[in-house]
Design a protein around this ligand. Structure first.
Ligand SMILES: [Ca+2]
Ligand SMILES: [Ca+2]
Length: 96
């Protein structure tokens, strides 16, 4: 019997989902006040929950890249812009 080798990524348990599922995930998990928009604070809260440092700063950067129309929040049409951020800081893997 051979030795079973498991590839375990320690401390980086990633949740795999499609872009459609990701949108729902964002609204369910990030949108604290359920208004359909993600604010910098809601983003920071999510990053902080993962135990990451500089949650506020990361959220601010994520906000800057995701908020295409510069109205200060991530609207539902901009949620896909958060995909890269989520893969980096929120333990998400987007399947293509
Ligand atoms: Ca909100
Ligand atoms: Ca926006």
């Amino acid at each position: 019997m051979g030795i079973l080798k498991l590839r375990i990524h320690q401390g980086t348990s990633k949740v795999e989902m499609t872009m459609e599922e990701f949108k729902k995930w964002v609204l369910r998990n990030l949108d604290a006040d359920q208004d359909g928009k993600i604010t910098k604070d809601e983003l920071a809260e999510a990053v902080g929950r993962r135990g990451e440092w500089f949650a506020g700063l990361k959220a601010w950067k994520g906000m800057r890249s995701a908020d295409s129309n510069r109205n200060g929040v991530v609207d539902d049409i901009e949620i896909t812009n958060l995909a890269e951020f989520a893969q980096k800081h929120l333990g998400i893997m987007i399947k293509s």
